[in-house]
Design a protein around this ligand. Sequence first.
Ligand code: ADP
Length: 192
Amino acid sequence: MLNIVLFGPPGAGKGTQATKIIEKYQLVHLSTGDILRAELAAKTALGQEAKKYMDKGELVPDKVVIDMIGLKIDKNHDASGFIFDGFPRTTAQAEALDILLNKKRAPISIMLSLEVEKEELIKRLLGRGKVSGRSDDRDVSVIENRIRVYNNETAPVKGFYEKQGKYRAVDGMGTIEEIFERLCKVIDQVRN
Ligand code: ADP
């Protein structure tokens, strides 16, 4: 199995690149942000609970997202691999993911970390906010809080995968195609 963690701050382009990667490598895309927004739209109890955190740019509690991802992994038992997007976002989530994947004897193959400058992130998120209808992309203070939470709680996840020899930094500046090519180059190295 090819299991990829696509990592990077809000606005780094994870969703855009994930869409291209799943098409090329036939992987199942698991985006916790997308799953949470779907729960919200369906007005489930989980969605209502998550909204409180998402609106402020805070992280949804680990247990909620870990259980949610566990269910999705089980549901896709015939997948040839997964791309995790927006997850893990804390070291506790990374540890839980290892346990879930070890049960399937299919560990994470690689963590691809998109590196983008802060000014560019804010520009991209505000641009998305104008068209996506995502309220968390419209408010600069919520965006800045998401970047702060990323630096404090999520950036340490790099170290978790670095220790396992799986961390790869990829330049996330440039055109969508240029970045996609850089990502494919690294993926092809681990596949062969
Ligand atoms: P971004 O574009 O900021 O990376 P996402 O679409 O991945 O955002 O997620 C939107 C919001 O959903 C986050 O700000 C957070 O509140 C919540 N969320 C998504 N994934 C997780 C996670 N793995 N752990 C905790 N909260 C999460």
